[in-house]
Ligand binder design. Structure first.
Ligand code: ADP
Ligand code: MG
Length: 610
């Protein structure tokens, strides 16, 4: 069950973002104070310059005095401009490194370490994408908040200061400015709400766009796209997305335009009224010329502050929406334990205790059907179990449960009598050498793929030994850089691609390198030719001696090196026993075996052995 979603308020999010920034780089505070100071003072100087010039002439009447006042004004003004620019560059630099190191890396870490089912479902994948937008992109999420928050503080101070000054002239001007600004803000809020409501649609569009872009530029589907002439499909996909995006943009622009038009009307009305009051003051003799100049400056300055604050707030709120997504992702609760869980006893690392599935049920969707139904079996310490059954029977799902990637929706999985949910999952993972069905290599060296470590921490002679045992060395030996050759060209233009069969051998080498007490192999030979497959079985047989193993195949004959066979159908274990026992039983296993052996009679890998 998902924990009730926390609400992240704006205030709370601002604090969160700034606390994180300050923790990493305390100097960042200076950046914020500096931004506030220079913005405020710079604008004030801009506003009072005209009044000061008028005063220097009307009151003293000397050119030298005028020049001096103007020189001081200009100097302060330049100082503020340069200061705010310098701070901007300086803090952008610090900000960028902090953003990447703290926000992005934390997210990466979370997404790689959180319970697997927290990132696997499409809904969680979408949340993860949105969270990434919040921290990874320029002018998004954290960046929007970081830029706009100090400016809002400066603006609020500016509004207070200018309001006080205006009230000194005539409080009616104040009322006019405030009322009109509030009306504009309400209009603005309407357009913003529309944008927020449509954020989900936008993300969907962006997500699909990203997918299409990736597919059309990657090599993986390049062959099929050409042969099956799918280019039109992609083009129309792009067209549709662009149209939908444009439709949303147009609707949003209309609302924004309404704000702009009403704004222009209000600004004109406000200025006319305010200036009218000031001019009347001059005619009455209550307001001096210098005061009049100051009044004009403050009225238009205040209007500008109000305009700015709306703009900054709307960006801040937009950033805030994204921070909410980021924090939602960061706070997705993990149900498996790690450090706080039970530490794995040392003797388990040599020999795994019994594993027991006790009335385990599992479903992917909360309201979906059960994929595994009342599964109960055990793998005794050192026992090798074969799990066989047709496609879609639930074999791979069961493996992922055993590996602590999913939580059972019912029942429990016990390791040495302890529920898997109480163990330190990281340490438990140390006990497993796995090959999953959807294998993939990572774009590092062959040796790195085998050891799962960086090169400094890799035992190269052991890597070779494992490659030899996995029958891959003959292919690696002939490469210029041998086991240091990088895989794929994602990072290295000289990287190489392995065939499906070679990748499966590489995976075997990885299992051998890890030398864990339990092997979990999900169809590890599907891409191999029969002879390579049969060699591989021999190697598995040797490698798993004295270890526990769960071996999956839809090829029944391939599992004879196992002690016991579980036959699974539609999520239920319907038969168990040795190969011969199951044949004698003449049940489902015997039936499927009979059908399969007709196909595999010649050279079938498992058939040599009785
Ligand atoms: P097997 O490995 O025996 O071929 P799987 O365990 O992969 O079977 O799949 C069992 C059932 O669960 C299938 O009906 C499959 O469609 C479904 N299934 C597998 N993975 C997922 C998933 N990530 N989300 C939803 N359903 C899934
Ligand atoms: Mg499978």
């Amino acid at each position: 069950m998902r924990e009730k979603e926390k609400k992240y308020t704006l205030f709370n999010n601002v604090r969160y973002v700034y606390r994180t920034l300050y923790e990493v780089c305390p100097k960042m505070r200076l950046g914020v104070y500096g931004t506030v100071f220079f913005n405020l003072v710079g604008r004030v100087v801009g506003t009072v310059t005209l009044a000061a010039a008028v005063a220097s002439i009307t009151e003293k009447g000397k050119v030298s005095h005028y020049l001096m006042v103007m020189a001081v004004m200009l100097a302060v003004y330049f100082f503020c401009r340069l200061g705010s620019q310098y701070i901007k560059e300086w803090s952008d630099y610090y900000y960028e490194t902090t953003q990447n190191r703290e926000f992005l890396l934390k997210l990466v870490k979370k997404s790689l370490r959180t319970d697997y089912d927290n990132v696997e479902s499409p809904a969680q994948q979408r949340l993860l994408t949105r969270a990434t937008h919040a921290v990874h992109m320029y002018r998004q999420g954290v960046n929007l908040m970081y830029i706009n928050y100090p400016l809002i503080v400066a603006t609020i101070l500016g509004i207070l200061l200018y309001s006080l000054t205006i009230s000194y002239f005539d409080w009616r001007i104040m009322v006019i400015v405030i009322v009109m600004s509030i009306v504009s803000s309400l209009l603005e809020a309407r357009s913003r709400k529309f944008r927020a409501d449509n954020m989900d649609n936008r993300y969907k569009i962006w997500g699909r766009f990203f997918y299409l872009k990736q597919q059309t530029t990657s090599l993986v589907n390049g062959k099929d796209i050409r042969i099956y002439n799918m280019a039109d499909w992609f083009r129309s996909g792009f067209d549709r997305l662009i149209d939908r995006n444009r439709e949303l943009t147009v609707r949003h622009s209309r609302r924004k335009y309404a704000v702009d038009v009403s704004d222009a009307v209000f600004v004109a009305a406000r200025d006319m009224l305010a200036y009218g009051i000031l001019v009347a003051g001059v005619l009455d003799g209550n307001v001096s010329l210098a005061e009049f100049a100051l009044g004009l400056g403050v009225v238009s300055g205040l209007a500008e502050w109000f305009g700015n604050i709306r703009y900054h707030i709307s960006y801040l709120l937009e950033g805030n929406l994204m921070i909410c997504e980021y924090r939602k992702m960061m706070d997705v609760p993990d149900k498996f334990m790690r450090k706080e869980g039970m530490s794995i006893p040392d003797e388990w690392r040599k020999r795994l205790p019994d594993i027991e599935f006790r009335n385990v049920f599992f479903r992917y969707e909360e309201d979906g059907e059960d994929i595994l139904k009342d599964i109960s079996f055990s793998i005794k310490s050192g026992e090798k179990i074969a799990l066989v059954g047709n496609n879609g029977a639930g074999k791979s799902t069961l493996v992922k449960l055993l590996c602590g990637l999913y939580h059972p929706t019912g029942g429990e999985i016990l390791i040495g009598g302890h529920s898997i949910e109480t163990l330190n999952l990281d340490e438990y993972h140390d006990l497993l050498a796995t090959i999953f069905q959807d294998i993939n290599t990572i774009p590092v060296s062959i040796a790195g793929n085998v050891s799962g470590r960086i090169e400094d921490e890799t035992d190269m002679s052991r890597v070779r030994e494992c490659l030899i045992r996995a029958d891959l060395w003959k292919d690696v030996e002939i490469l210029d850089r041998k086991e240091r050759t990088n895989l794929t060209q994602s990072f290295d233009p000289d990287g190489i691609e392995l065939s499906g069969g070679m990748i499966q051998k590489l995976m075997l080498a990885r299992c051998l390198y890890k030398d864990a007490p339990m092997f979990v192999l999900d169809e590890p030979t599907a891409a191999l030719d029969p002879i390579a497959e049969s060699n591989m079985y021999e190697e598995y047989k040797k490698a798993t001696q004295g270890k526990s193993a769960l071996f999956i195949s839809h090829r029944l004959a391939s599992t004879k090196f196992c002690d016991r066979i579980l036959f699974i159908e539609k999520g239920r274990i319907i038969e168990t026993g040795t190969h011969n026992e199951l044949l004698e039983k003449k049940g489902k296993y015997a039936e499927v075996f009979e059908i399969q052996s007709q196909y595999y009679k010649e050279g079938g890998a498992g058939d040599e052995e009785a």
